[in-house]
Design a protein around this ligand. Structure first.
Ligand SMILES: NC(=O)c1ccc[n+]([C@@H]2O[C@H](COP(=O)([O-])OP(=O)(O)OC[C@H]3O[C@@H](n4cnc5c(N)ncnc54)[C@H](O)[C@@H]3O)[C@@H](O)[C@H]2O)c1
Length: 336
């Protein structure tokens, strides 16, 4: 049996594919390449030394889903295919609801038609919104403050209704915190097609002299050093969390909502210092104004995943920075 990964050539999906293959699972990938490159499939094939069925297409396309489900014995689906820019979701909300919510509905309908009921969904810490308390645990109220977060919450609500409607569904909705880093082969990593939205790709671009300096958005927050604090998680820890979530849904039906984070927040300045120490590269920076919609601090309560998945993030911030940089050094030769 195989696992279908939608968006499986993107940052998180490609690392989960690598982890699943290392654990002996077969994978099939569907990706429309709107934020990834076909050559990632080749890198995955080199890593696992076997061909990987890859379909270039859209998760909203019924016909391609029918082809995949008819041709491959799919046991479970991991749904990474989504758009993730908070800023773009505010300027083009219809695109985000169509892709993220519409895509999820089309995929679930196709699964139901083909009798496949195991599903893992890429949700996000953005569903929580302004913290009522920290760390966010899974029962923290959900009130996202941007359209992107609302697409994730709507998809979660659909999943909750689906799980109640039919006891065959076994669903894990995984609320990711801030994944960074790269696979230990350094042949897959974060490869945004456009301007990145998050800190680590910017730091890499400054370190590799593609940008002259890093702009830090605000240093007057009520945090340990005035800059924003986030819960960074190594993408390989996140990937292993998916392997654990797959084990869970294989034996336990219903909806399982779980944070995947470390529980440890780091500030932007701590991140820069750790990167500089880990890589020997210096990161020139300037302090800019706060960015609209940024929260000062948030981080996960990671206890539920520890108990339910018997999984916890293990890798340090230094390891995250080192691996991201080593991937950046190889990136130019691997991906033209
Ligand atoms: N990276 C993060 O910080 C983060 C945090 C929380 C949640 N998430 C969610 O996790 C998922 C994966 O994130 P990522 O960082 O790997 O993003 P990514 O952009 O690197 O990967 C998403 C992949 O999905 C593909 N895709 C998008 N829409 C598609 C569609 N309609 N049909 C087929 N393929 C499509 C893209 O080409 C890309 O390869 C997303 O749903 C994202 O919202 C990401």
């Amino acid at each position: 049996m195989s696992i279908l990964l939608t968006g499986g050539l993107g940052f998180i999906g490609s690392h989960v594919a690598a982890s699943l293959l290392e654990h002996g699972h077969d994978v099939v990938i569907l990706d429309n390449l709107c934020n990834s490159q076909a050559s990632v499939a080749r890198q995955l094939e080199l890593l696992c030394a076997k061909p990987i069925p890859f379909y270039e297409g859209d998760v909203r396309d019924n016909a391609i889903l029918a082809t995949i489900f008819s041709k491959h014995p799919i046991a479970a689906v991991m749904h990474f295919a989504g758009l993730k820019s908070v800023a773009q979701s505010a300027t083009d909300p219809l695109l985000y609801f169509d892709n993220n919510v519409g895509g999820t509905i089309t995929l679930l309908q196709a699964m139901q038609q083909h009798g496949i009921y195991q599903f893992i969904f890429s949700s996000s810490a953005t569903v929580y919104g302004i913290p009522q308390y920290l760390p966010y645990d899974e029962v923290h109220p959900t009130c996202p403050i941007n359209p992107y977060g609302r697409t994730k919450l709507q998809a979660e609500e659909i999943l909750a209704d689906l799980a109640v409607s039919d006891k065959r569904w076994a669903i894990a909705s995984l609320r990711y915190f801030n994944p960074i880093g790269a696979h230990p082969s350094y042949t897959i990593g974060e490869l945004p097609n456009d301007q990145p939205n998050n800190l680590m790709p910017y730091i890499n671009q400054v370190a590799s002299k593609q940008r002259p300096f890093l702009t830090v958005f605000g240093n007057d927050y009520d945090t340990k050093d005035g800059t924003g604090e986030r819960d960074y998680i190594h993408v390989m820890d996140l990937a292993e969390g998916h392997v654990a979530a797959l084990r869970l849904i294989q034996k336990s039906a219903g909806l399982h909502t779980l944070n995947l984070g470390t529980g440890q927040p780091y500030s932007v300045l701590e991140m820069i210092q750790t990167f500089e120490k880990a890589t020997g590269q210096s990161i020139p920076m300037k302090i800019g104004p706060r960015r609209q919609g940024d929260l000062p601090i948030y981080y996960a309560c990671a206890d539920k995943a520890k108990v339910i998945l018997q999984w916890e993030a293990k890798r340090t911030l230094k390891e995250m920075c080192e691996s991201a940089w080593k991937f950046e050094l190889q990136r130019q030769s691997l991906f033209k």
